[in-house]
Design a protein around this ligand. Structure first.
Ligand code: ADP
Ligand code: MG
Length: 700
């Protein structure tokens, strides 16, 4: 195919399964189209009178594109999406059928709310839940079904999903940012949008091998497996040549995503063997979140088609890097101005500096909430492992911006940096303009030129909560700034005071050094920054009085919603660990233990044969003794895990159960794993019952 053909191909594929702007313009009466756009652009309330017309147009378009069903697609608090599928079919009195989709069916659906995590907000006897059409995220067709993005709430209006709080947080952020912009004299912007680009890391392993490992199938990660001779030591995988089988998978995935309107842009190999990454072009936080869900789902499905399995777990393999999701976040006006773009002369750009200060204060005051947004049982294995940020939130600003803020705060003349170009010492190469700050790969929250990159989020998580926390905390600070500026007689003096106050009160959150060192952990403690190393501890911030106040003040969560989410986080943590403990127990009892016994028996027979033939066989005896000792250990550790697991499972209180899983079950799993891995290293490979790390990491 020549380049032109390929280009045309992409253009015709992109958005072909989406009820997008072009389709709406074509199929909706102008009055209806304008009304819908008004809702989209400015977050204005939806006019229910247009629902019937939109529903009819959606149905006709969907049927013309092969759909037979529609679904209200929603995001319960499970990190995966849900929906039930209804056909358009409606019987008529004369015994025939017509295809129907009413405005009412578009606007609202009614799934059973008690069958999803609800943290006590719903009992099974009062099960009603509602899905409500989100007109700001486009509908699309998948598997002959029209997918309608929806928010999910209970009979009493409490949010039971990830989308509702995200949309609430975007709304409050927009209104507070607008108030501030008006004070800066901006009268044209109508809406401020939080923009997000989520870089997604993942692993690909051979499907046949995956099917042979119960831990990968049930838990998404390996619960045992000896260190392979080669992991990521040589740094030869990162951005290296993409192997053919993987390239074919990526090409297929891109096409699927493009057709769904997902702007998949960058693909490359990541640091660990078998690890890869996909980055889209950023979009509004709400659409980015929907698209990230689609990306994860299409990755799993496409991998299966290619005889592969896609692992989205945060730490599928011990000893090599785990996977995260870099949540790139910024603020944009509806007329396209990036409010976190410093421009060429940031020291003169007071509006930028004000928004920057708001982010600094928000992240400092609510670092516990940001940490919580990345807390899952899986991510606990990754954070702080010197491959990903530690569990301590800090901000990387870069030297230049840090200096500028300090100079303004202290009233010093600003030290304007000269533009620097890089001399590479080869005349044939162009001189490159150097960026104003270097990168810092170790920071959990880094300013990267015109956006912040929150790097803690786990690869399997929805990005919604991270953005809820960011949007809400920043909105609250912006509200305070707008109040201060509105009440002050002297705008410029008040602005300078805002910057000085930020430097005085919030510099502790700024750290431009290496976050992976033990020194930083000690320094962060001196600065009073929280170090919440695990999900159980991080969960507490959901019910902290300061945070409940923030959420109530901004209208993002009610107190009941905070408490339900707290319960869900702890319950989920305990369940994940319980499933892992049961899986490891089953694998060891039914696969590893019998294999080791069988192998030892074979060696014992061989030993008898050798000594019978008059040989000394001392090395064989030695090997047998070692096997015997390790098998005894294995057996004792297995019994210990079972006992701890049983005891923890019996604890009724959510928090105590989660803590027991963390403090008693997890260490028991580690000990049992150590016994298994020691045996794997000496048991003959024909006898070992499950695929090894070398098989999994180097087969594709
Ligand atoms: P980097 O090299 O810093 O990772 P890229 O330019 O490759 O930066 O962007 C990484 C991700 O950040 C992409 O998904 C990109 O779309 C996203 N991004 C870029 N600008 C913004 C912005 N203003 N708001 C949100 N995300 C952004
Ligand atoms: Mg990045």
């Amino acid at each position: 195919m020549n380049r032109r053909r390929i280009r045309l191909d992409i253009l015709s594929i992109f958005g072909s399964k989406v009820f997008n702007d072009a389709v709406m313009r074509q199929r909706l009466p102008k009055r209806v189209y304008d009304s819908l756009k008004h809702t989209n652009r400015e977050g204005a309330p939806l006019d229910p009178a247009i629902a019937d017309v939109v529903a009819g147009a959606m149905k006709d378009w969907a049927i013309a594109n092969g759909a037979t069903h529609y679904t209200h697609w929603f995001q319960p608090m499970t990190n995966v999406t849900a929906g039930k599928h209804d056909s358009f079919l409606t019987p008529t009195l004369d015994g025939s059928v017509i295809l129907e989709f009413s405005g009412k069916s578009l606007l609202a659906g009614e799934p059973d709310a008690s069958s999803f995590p609800n943290g006590g907000l719903r009992n099974t006897f009062e099960a009603r839940g509602y899905t409500a059409w989100d007109p700001t995220s486009p509908a699309f067709i998948r598997d002959h079904t029209l997918y309608i993005p929806t928010a999910f709430c209970s009979y009493t209006g409490e949010a039971l999903d990830m989308k509702t709080p995200l949309m609430r947080s975007m709304q409050v952020l927009s209104s507070e940012a607008l108030r501030l912009l008006r004070l800066f004299g901006n009268n044209t912007t109508r809406r401020v949008i939080s923009t997000v680009g989520a870089e997604q890391e993942y692993f690909l392993v051979d499907r046949e091998l995956y099917e042979k490992r119960l831990d990968l199938k049930l838990c998404g990660r390996t619960l045992l497996g000896a260190k392979p001779p080669k992991g990521q030591e040589l740094d030869d995988h990162y951005c290296g040549r993409i192997r053919l089988r993987v390239a074919e998978f990526m090409e297929d995935l891109d096409r699927e995503l493009w057709s769904l309107g997902v702007t998949s842009k960058t693909k490359h190999n990541e640091a660990a063997p078998a690890q890869h990454e996909l980055a889209p072009v950023f979009a509004s936080a709400n659409i980015a979140c929907d698209h990230n869900h689609l990306t994860m789902e299409m990755m799993r499905i496409t991998a299966k088609k290619h005889g592969l399995a896609c692992l989205l777990h945060e730490k599928p393999f011990a000893g090599v890097n785990g996977s995260g999701k870099h949540n790139n976040w910024s603020l944009s006006t509806d007329d396209g101005i990036n409010l976190l773009d410093p421009g060429k002369t940031p020291w003169e750009n007071v509006q930028f500096l004000t928004f920057l200060c708001a982010v600094i204060s928000a992240v400092h005051d609510y670092s516990d909430l940001l940490r919580l947004s990345a807390a899952t049982a899986g991510n606990d294995h990754r954070l702080g492992g010197f491959e990903a940020p530690p569990a301590i939130i800090s901000i990387f600003l870069g030297e230049q911006l840090t200096h500028i803020l300090n100079d303004i705060a202290t009233g010093r003349d600003i030290d304007v940096p000269a533009a620097v170009s890089l001399q590479m010492g080869v005349e044939a190469l162009p001189n490159l303009k150097r960026d104003d700050s270097d990168r810092n790969r170790t920071s959990p929250f880094a300013f990267t030129g015109n956006k912040f990159e929150f790097r803690m989020v786990g690869s399997s998580q929805s990005i919604a909560l991270a953005n809820v926390m960011l949007n809400t905390a920043v909105a609250d600070v912006l509200r305070d700034y707008a109040d201060r500026l509105a009440q002050s007689d002297d705008f410029d003096t008040e602005l300078k005071a805002i910057i000085s106050d930020t430097v005085r009160d919030h510099s502790a959150i700024i750290f431009n050094g290496n976050n992976y060192t033990a020194d930083w952990v000690a320094e962060a403690e001196r600065r009073g920054l929280p170090n919440l190393t695990n999900t159980v501890d991080a969960a507490e911030s959901m019910i902290d009085a300061k945070n409940i106040n923030l959420f109530e003040r901004t209208g993002v969560f009610s107190e009941a919603e905070c408490r339900s989410r707290y319960d869900i986080i702890l319950e989920n943590y305990a369940k994940v660990l319980s499933i892992e403990a049961a899986t490891l127990t089953e694998m060891v009892r039914r696969q590893v233990f019998p294999a080791c016994v069988r192998y030892a028996g074979r060696i014992a027979t061989d030993y008898n044969a050798m000594t019978g033939a008059g040989l000394n066989a001392a090395a064989v005896k030695c090997h047998l003794n070692e096997l015997d000792g390790l098998i005894a250990h294995l057996s004792a550790n297995l019994d210990a895990l079972e006992a701890e697991h049983r005891a923890a499972d019996a604890i009724a209180d959510h928090r105590d159960r989660a803590a027991a899983m963390r403090d008693r079950v997890l260490p028991a799993m580690d000990s049992l794993r150590a016994s298994c891995d020691a045996l794997e290293a000496i048991v003959g490979c024909d006898e070992w019952p499950i695929p090894t790390y070398t098989d999994l990491l180097h087969r594709v």
